[in-house]
Design a protein around this ligand. Structure first.
Ligand SMILES: [Cu+2]
Length: 616
């Protein structure tokens, strides 16, 4: 069966809500200075586990770049930005996060102190003191609040692990400790970390707040990978460095007219060119509009390599391509979203030896925001003229403009530096998965969810957009962080099918925390992928078809580690911040259960019989 994973680009705008602005920060943030356009792409610094433990400190700072960009930066204790965390299955990860974001101005224009408030002289605790002393139970989300989400990991949604609903780390508070064990059966591959504060995630991620987390052992998936040197690329987006520049005319074709959506984002021109909504960078080397001066990748002649690519963009879709003399080259995909593409063969009782070493040779790779791909790069002969580009993605008439543009030129050189990491040659097989292959499990129920958008003022189509992700049957409302009631309740052990529809004129990318899912149908076409994803693109509606574009997903709630409350949302972060998110509660398995679709009378996060450590 032809697996249609790279055909998922397709159709479908974007918009966003504006939130409080930060003042330009003045402190010395020299350690965070980022490379200039045209720089050589270097590997992020790495922090590796030793004797089963990875212990690291991250300081979270912001700075204002000379070009006026407000940037956010994770610094290791050695001053390296956004280090890659490299762990093995079963390792203990201990990460201490110190929030050193700079204060906001008060209405009079003075900086406010964000540290603990002075005692009030009686037993009352001031709200500020509460925020600082209770990072596990904070309801306060400000542009200065932060936390971490470990995207793709099947770890508990609890404080100090992977909770984003209540965990808020405020400036001035002590280092906050994340401490959890990487599951023994977490598939080896590329995962990542980023902040997840509702309403403020977009600004922080656009500012560069993201880093990779690699689970070692991918050579255990496929013997073709043994011994290959590895390279990691993190593509991020950011606000335009030259927002007033105009697209250049090409030949006799006039540049497309720049139109904006109600949130001020540049609309999809539908031409493949024009002004992008956001600039891109590759490992922090910017490739800014309008010149798109490419970054530089140096490689050794005829060296086969293993490439891992993360789309850490807040809103930009990528459709990556490797060109030699402008001819697309195949790359051999072995994993998506951290999961091997032959994941089905790791299920218990599967005898798929013949199917081992599966590689999908593809000439382009479609990656929605948050998506990852890991692939074999075949190498290039000396003298080759090659480039790494992203092709235009049609995000829909209401989507942002993602034109075709280069990311980097690839120079083949005998003096290219040796890569720091090389996959081991030794290859012990991966353990079987704990559960039967998801594709072989009968779902206990089917739910329908849908993305929708309405103008805030129904009489004014240019008013800000309200973004929603609604369970069919419930009232469509944007996500409310103060609500105590989950949108969906499932019992641990259940497997469900979810049909996620897009009723809007722009692309959305569905993501759920804690679990991966199997893509069964894409737009009504059965695909039954033999692997799992944690983020999937949903095509946009053409405005007239009687059926909305959709994906059908098999959702896996069997793992007992995921008991608790967590979120699902659109991973275009402007949309998520704007309300395109919902909450799910996974309750501990009981012997005789009935499922609930979370009607108004169903259990609440707190006070129900539900056994959960998530204090929502
Ligand atoms: Cu969206």
């Amino acid at each position: 069966m032809r697996i249609s994973i790279f055909a998922l680009a397709a159709f479908a705008l974007a918009s966003a809500s504006c939130f409080a602005q930060r003042i330009p920060s003045q402190p010395n943030r020299a350690a965070c200075q980022r490379p200039a356009p045209g720089s050589i792409v270097t590997e992020p610094a790495e922090i590796r586990s030793h004797n089963g433990v990875l212990k690291a400190d991250l300081t979270y700072v912001d700075f204002t770049a000379p070009n006026g960009q407000e940037e956010y930066c994770y610094l290791s204790k050695h001053g390296n930005e956004a280090p890659t965390l490299r762990v093995k299955p079963g390792d203990l990860l201990i990460l201490r996060l110190k929030n050193e974001l700079t204060p906001l101005p008060d209405p009079a224009g003075n900086s406010t102190v964000q540290g603990p408030a002075a005692p009030a002289g009686n037993s009352r605790v001031t709200p500020m003191a509460m925020r600082v002393s209770a990072p596990c139970a904070s309801a306060t989300m400000t542009p200065l609040s932060t936390n971490l989400h470990f995207h793709g990991l099947t770890v508990p949604p609890t404080c100090h692990e992977d909770d984003v609903l209540r965990t808020m780390v405020q400036p001035g508070s002590a280092s906050f400790e994340y401490k959890f064990r990487i599951p023994l059966d977490q598939p080896p591959g590329l995962y990542w970390y980023h902040p997840h504060v509702h309403g403020f995630t977009n600004a922080q991620v656009l500012g560069g707040a993201s880093g990779a987390l690699i689970i070692e052992g991918i050579q255990r998936v496929n013997s073709l990978l043994a011994g290959l040197p590895e390279r990691l690329f993190i593509v991020r987006d950011q606000n335009l460095v030259h927002p007033d520049a105009q697209p250049v005319q090409s030949g006799n074709v006039p540049p497309p007219i720049v139109l904006r959506d109600p949130e001020g984002d540049i609309l999809n021109s539908g031409t493949g060119g024009g002004k992008p909504a956001k600039d891109l960078s590759i490992n922090f080397v910017p490739v800014p509009f309008p010149d798109y001066q490419p970054a530089r990748i140096l490689i050794r002649p005829a060296q086969r390599e293993f490439w891992r690519v993360l789309n850490a963009s807040a809103i930009t879709y990528l459709d990556l391509q490797l060109l030699v003399d402008n001819v697309p080259q195949p790359v051999g995909v072995v994993a998506l979203d951290g999961i091997p593409i032959d994941e089905d063969s790791n299920a218990p009782g599967t005898h798929a030896a013949a199917d081992k070493n599966r590689v999908l040779w593809e000439s382009h790779i479609f990656l929605p925001p948050a998506g990852r791909a890991e692939f074999i790069f075949n190498g290039l002969p000396a003298g080759a003229h090659a480039s790494f580009v992203t092709r235009t993605v049609d995000t829909g008439p209401a989507g942002e403009n993602d034109p075709t543009r280069p990311l980097a030129t690839i120079t083949v050189s005998l003096t290219a530096p040796e890569l720091a990491s090389r996959l081991p040659v030794a290859r012990t097989p991966l353990p079987h998965l704990a559960f039967a292959w998801l594709g072989d499990v009968k779902p206990v129920r089917t739910r329908r969810l849908y993305f929708s958008e309405v103008p805030q003022d129904p009489k004014d189509p240019n008013s800000p957009t309200v973004f929603m992700l609604t369970v069919e049957g419930q009232k469509p409302v944007p996500y409310n962080p103060h609500s105590r009631k989950p949108n969906i309740i499932v019992h641990q052990g259940d497997v469900e099918d979810w049909i996620v529809e897009n009723r809007t004129r722009e692309l959305h990318a569905f993501h759920i925390h804690q679990i991966h899912f199997m893509l069964l149908d894409w737009n009504g076409v059965p695909v039954a992928e033999p692997f799992l994803r944690d983020t999937v693109n949903v095509a946009y509606w053409d405005g007239k078809s009687p059926q909305y574009p959709s994906v059908k997903l098999r959702m896996d709630f069997r793992d007992p580690r995921i008991v608790g409350a967590f979120v699902y949302h659109c991973h275009l972060l402007e949309h998520e911040d704007g309300g395109m998110m919902g909450t799910i509660l996974v309750t501990r398995k009981v012997s005789h259960h009935t499922a609930s679709s979370a009607p108004a009378s169903s259990g609440r996060f707190r006070g129900s019989k539900v056994v959960t450590s998530a204090k929502f």
